[in-house]
Design a protein around this ligand. Structure first.
Ligand code: CA
Length: 235
């Protein structure tokens, strides 16, 4: 075992923090539009529904800039309620992520533990390059990674093999020497398996049991990854 790669949202950062971030994006957009009559949570739910359905269609396919997909999603909600989306929507979005993103409780100790074992530690994420770089810096963990590979770099979204292959190439390791950690079996485990990488599913509440068979290991907390890797290194 030579390299460990991580998914970002729901794995290194919490989904709860991501929700707060997105609510603050909506709050900011509504303030700018002078629409304090609208309910932030209601508009946020519609924005989430729009982005979820857009990304469901894009999964596994060719990359489209996420800034465009997200902006279009907010515009569709704006058209419904009659408010304008600011031209600098993406800047609002990235700066709210920088500010409100919340690290998973044991992310730092996990990353440091793996680095201490002399392993390559990387990120493979469905992201635009500017978003992930600024977000990781905002969280203070940018320096803990040897590589960051995005869908923008690879030209495809997970679970397409493209992002996984590119990350392996950058790390200079073979699939059998690497492990991918994520929270979405259909994207993370399936994508890793396609290229011959082992996968770990982070499933704290066991809600994804129906898809566990897609993954090689299941953990309830991120720091369990260190023990799994230790076992694989000793083999
Ligand atoms: Ca995820």
């Amino acid at each position: 075992m030579k390299a460990i790669f991580f998914d970002f949202v729901g794995t290194l950062i919490t989904k709860a923090g991501e929700n707060v971030t997105h609510q603050n994006i909506v709050r900011n957009v509504l303030e700018r539009a002078g629409r304090d009559d609208l309910d932030v949570i209601k508009v946020w739910e519609e924005y989430e529904a729009e982005t979820s359905s857009a990304f469901r269609e894009l999964a596994g396919g060719p990359y489209m800039r996420i800034r465009d997909v997200d902006t279009r999603a907010m515009q569709r909600v704006g058209e419904r309620y009659g408010f304008e989306v600011p031209r600098d929507f993406w800047e609002i979005s990235v700066s709210m992520h920088e500010r409100y993103g919340e690290l998973s409780p044991d992310a730092v100790e996990t990353l440091k533990g793996l680095r201490e074992m002399g392993l390559h530690v990387g990120v493979i994420t469905d992201s635009d390059d500017d978003y992930i770089e600024r977000h990781l810096k905002g969280l203070g963990i940018y320096g803990l990674f040897d590589s960051v590979t995005t869908s923008e770099d690879a030209g495809y979204y997970k679970p397409h093999p493209g992002p996984f292959r590119l990350a392996l190439e950058r790390a200079g390791v073979s699939p059998g020497e690497s492990l991918y950690v994520g929270d979405n079996p259909a994207k993370d485990c399936v994508g890793a398996r396609k290229v011959g990488m082992l996968s770990v599913l982070l499933d704290p509440e066991g809600k994804k049991r129906g898809l566990w068979s897609e993954c090689d290991f299941i953990v309830s907390k991120l720091s369990d990854v260190v023990e799994i890797v230790r076992g694989l290194v000793e083999k």
